[in-house]
Write a protein that binds this ligand. Structure first.
Ligand code: ASP
Length: 463
């Protein structure tokens, strides 16, 4: 085996440690470090990973990274190359079950660690899914189609339009629901843009992802997928939804509206939250889909879906910070941007030095909308005279649209028209609850679905 194969992916101090103790990847080892003793398999390393850790797969299935400079001794017990393989089983068809199409775009949910290369690769055929989550066959007849295999930061206008087109095509072919596998990082961006591009869906369109890949014991992939399939196949909610973990105790998943949802934690499985409102429903294997509200669009298979997949990508978000200089705004205008969404402070503010730049932007025909970086609450530009001044400059308040949602909507609106009044009118006319008339008192429940944690917290502090 060549050196490159033997220390696959390892560089720097981690590679030197393996060479020093005469062990390579796929060796079953006893490793003693200053942190303790470990028995496990040396895994290949991803080329982009850091060069200071040796990674072992323990018998429990967990992977641990051991700092190279803490290793005292390593003894090899032999080689044991693993080829991670999901058994392919033919997905059974049952004419009595609803038909669901799963469209894959990539992300962790579509990935497993390929122990051969150390890279994360997609696994998506119906056979593979059935092999790893057999419960899916109890819920629906599933057809899968891999549209993209990207981590979600690489989704962009081309993929949004492609995805919206595929969703509409599948709906027109008569399926009972759609599941979209997507990376979690930008799932709320795609959910928002789909809510504008695919209107009046007659069936549920359910986005799902996972925070932990399916080769890890704590993975949320299977449960989220089961919840999403249940929702797509059986629920009565014909909207673009995000279906992800509710509480950390995995008692149920939450269904969030595509325009009111946001990823709020970089690593927790309970990361998606409905902002400024309550989620649409709970979903669990035991109880199915339990709506938390009634004002959702109902499933009606005789309704025709309306595909409106356009996007003008000359739009940007400016996240205001104190001390921001006007050249940030000028630069966008000079580069030909046609729309700017500001995420302002408080009720929707930016500093005075930005005013002339915003006037120049508006005079150049750029459409400027104001949102709030507090995320909860409305832009209120009538409260202080600074807000009124900004409106006089032509900056338009975007009510309680989340900044990313306003970005998606403005890109979509500018795909139709650049007429100032028409852009304003369309931005202010809700399409899919992106603006709501009020924020209910329980719309500020940051810990939605985190109830066991809240209970423990209250107990601990005797409240
Ligand atoms: N970086 C990944 C993505 O968004 C994370 C995930 O899938 O959860 O594609």
């Amino acid at each position: 085996m060549s050196g490159d194969e033997r220390w696959k992916g390892y560089r720097g101090p981690a590679r030197e440690a393996l060479i020093r103790f005469g062990v390579g990847v796929w060796e079953d080892v006893w490793l003693r470090s200053r942190k303790g003793e470990f028995r496990g398999l040396v895994l290949p390393r991803n080329e982009t990973a850091d060069d200071r850790h040796v990674v072992l797969k323990l018998e429990t299935g967990y992977n641990v990274g051991i700092a190279a400079d803490s290793i005292l001794d390593v003894v090899s017990k032999g080689r044991r190359e693993a080829h991670y393989h999901i058994p392919e089983r033919e997905f059974p068809t049952d004419p009595d079950k609803p038909r669901v199409t799963l469209l894959g775009t990539g992300g962790t949910i579509a990935s497993r660690l390929d122990y051969r290369t150390g890279a994360v690769i997609p696994a998506f055929s119906p056979g593979e899914l059935y092999g790893s989550v057999p419960e899916l066959a109890d819920i629906c007849n599933l057809r899968t189609e891999k549209l993209y295999a990207v981590f979600s930061e690489n989704m962009g206008p081309e993929q949004w339009i492609g995805l919206a087109t595929a969703v509409a095509r599948e709906i027109e072919s008569g399926v009972d629901g759609i599941v979209i596998g997507h990376g979690t990082d930008t799932m709320h961006h795609t959910a928002a843009v789909l809510s504008f591009m695919v209107q009046d869906p007659p069936v549920p369109i359910v986005m799902v992802g996972s925070q932990r890949s399916s080769d890890r014991p704590s993975s949320d992939a299977a449960l989220n997928l089961i919840h999403a399939a249940l929702t797509a196949a059986r629920s009565d909610i014909a909207e673009v939804l995000v279906c992800m973990f509710g509480p950390t105790s995995d008692r149920y998943g939450l269904l969030h509206r595509g325009t009111r949802v946001r990823k709020m934690h970089s690593s927790s499985r309970s990361t998606f939250r409905t902002i400024g409102d309550i989620p649409v429903a709970l979903v669990s294997r035991e109880e199915g889909v339990r709506p938390l509200r009634r004002d959702y669009r109902k499933r009606r298979k005789d309704r025709r879906v309306r595909l409106d997949a356009v996007f003008d990508d000359r739009v940007g978000i400016v996240y205001y910070y104190p001390g921001m200089k006007p050249d940030v705004v000028d630069a966008l205008v000079e580069r030909g941007y046609r729309g700017i969404v500001i995420a302002g402070t408080g009720l929707g503010h930016v500093n005075k030095p930005l005013y002339p730049a915003l006037r120049r932007a508006v005079d150049a025909g750029v459409h400027v909308f104001m949102t709030v970086q507090t995320l909860w609450g409305y832009v209120q530009m009538y409260v202080y005279d600074t807000g009124r001044d900004l409106m006089d400059l032509g900056v338009v308040p975007a009510a309680n649209m989340l900044p990313e949602v306003a970005y998606m909507k403005l890109g979509w609106v500018l795909g139709h028209t650049h007429d100032r009044d028409e852009v304003r009118r369309l931005m202010r006319t809700p399409v899919a609850n992106e603006v709501t008339p009020r924020e209910p008192p329980d719309g500020y429940l940051v810990l939605q679905g985190g109830l066991p944690e809240v209970e423990r917290f209250l107990k601990k502090h005797r409240m």
